[in-house]
Design a protein around this ligand. Structure first.
Ligand code: UT7
Length: 332
């Protein structure tokens, strides 16, 4: 019997309607469209404005989009994984809420958190369950309501992030398609450079932490940028070498959308001179953290063909980072 591999067999996505453009940000903080565009590549991002709606709303919408497109009966789903850095609440699994709301009545579910690498790590987790033969349908959702943890008076962070959700279905494949290889890494040197200080077990919420704005994302952008460029490029190059892939063999780079300059640097190191191979939608959504990779797959799904070689890459707080080599399994 041939080895079971874990393939992506369906994709779904959702972004909120409200568009926060660079022009509007110019009226909120001391910045310009020109600065944001040249330093990050971002022109606009989506924001979930409706009170009372959290990350689960984005995840449910993305899952519903996938189920409608793939004509998937939710009762057949074995496991719902939610990759997120912004769960609805610290306790009460958001994945459980999503699973129940979408009718995944025979599934178990849990949240998975690795900052901007959450979805990439989730791909590894979902694949391992499939490759083991234990489960047949794993729904991996990446969703973040970043606007809930951003200080819209801080120009160094509020220009970067946006809200969104995406979903993929992993199923067994016997043609050798799907996940081929992965290199995943962490290094806590990053703990000081990108964090939300308060609200966790070290510094629980208090009137002081709120007054000091310690529940918002703070980052040393320059340092994070440097580590992101070198680490994401390193693992992407390594995974190519380990699998005897040249730039000609690679059809697409699906990289975390944090900064266009970081994506370009990774693509350069991989020798991807053909811009069409480097999937990009940062200009429309900004950095949606756990949703960047599935949003790319959703936007470019029609161009990706069965058998295509895709390199996924991500970098995030922690630090966390990695690269995955996957063969696409279907034509849409
Ligand atoms: O996804 C998780 C991982 N996160 C990332 O990958 C983010 C990585 N970092 C970055 O993308 C970039 O570092 C930023 C986009 C955050 C910042 O770009 P930069 O080119 O590294 O700028 P900088 O922090 O070195 O700041 C350069 C200047 C500073 O002014 P001075 O000190 O030179 O006078 C900043 O105060 O730009 C200023 N600045 C701004 N100016 C206009 C910072 N933010 C802004 C702004 N508008 N929004």
């Amino acid at each position: 019997m041939s080895k079971i591999t874990a393939a992506i067999t369906a994709v779904g996505a959702y972004v909120p309607e409200y568009v926060l453009s660079n022009k509007v940000l110019e009226t909120m903080v001391d910045t310009t469209d020109e600065w944001i565009t040249t330093r990050t590549g971002i022109k606009e991002r989506r924001i979930l404005k409706e009170p009372g709606k959290g990350t689960s709303f984005l995840g449910i919408k993305a899952a519903e989009d996938l189920m409608a497109k793939a004509d998937l009966d939710p009762a057949e789903i074995d496991l719902v994984l939610l990759a997120t850095a912004t769960p609805d609440m610290p306790v009460a699994s958001s994945a459980a809420y999503i699973a129940t709301q979408i009718g995944a009545t025979n599934a178990f579910s849990y949240d998975l958190q690795a900052a901007c690498s959450s979805f990439l790590y989730g791909m590894s987790t979902a694949s391992a369950y499939i490759e083991s033969g234990r489960y047949k349908k794993v729904l991996l959702i990446g969703a973040d309501k970043m606007s809930s943890i951003i200080d819209y008076t801080d120009r160094t962070t509020c220009i970067i992030f946006g809200d969104g959700g995406g979903a993929v279905l992993f199923e067994p494949n016997e043609e050798g398609l799907g996940l081929q290889d992965e290199i995943l890494r962490t290094d806590a040197i990053g703990r000081e450079f990108l964090k939300i200080e308060a609200g966790g077990s070290i510094l629980p919420a208090s009137a002081d932490t709120v007054a000091n704005k310690q529940h918002y994302v703070h980052q040393d952008g320059k340092t994070v940028f440097k580590f992101a460029v070198s680490n994401m490029a390193d693992v992407s190059e390594q995974i190519m070498m380990r699998n005897n892939l040249t730039h000609d063999d690679i059809n697409f780079l699906v990289a975390h959308q944090a900064n266009k300059r970081i994506i370009d640097a990774t693509a350069n190191r991989m020798g991807l001179v053909d811009e069409k191979k480097v999937l990009m939608n940062i200009q429309r959504y900004g950095n949606t953290t756990s949703a960047t990779l599935p949003l790319l797959l959703s936007d470019y799904e029609k161009q990706i063909k069965k058998g295509d070689n895709i390199i996924f890459a991500a970098f995030g707080g922690g630090f966390t980072w990695g690269s995955i080599y996957l063969k696409w399994a279907y034509n849409s």
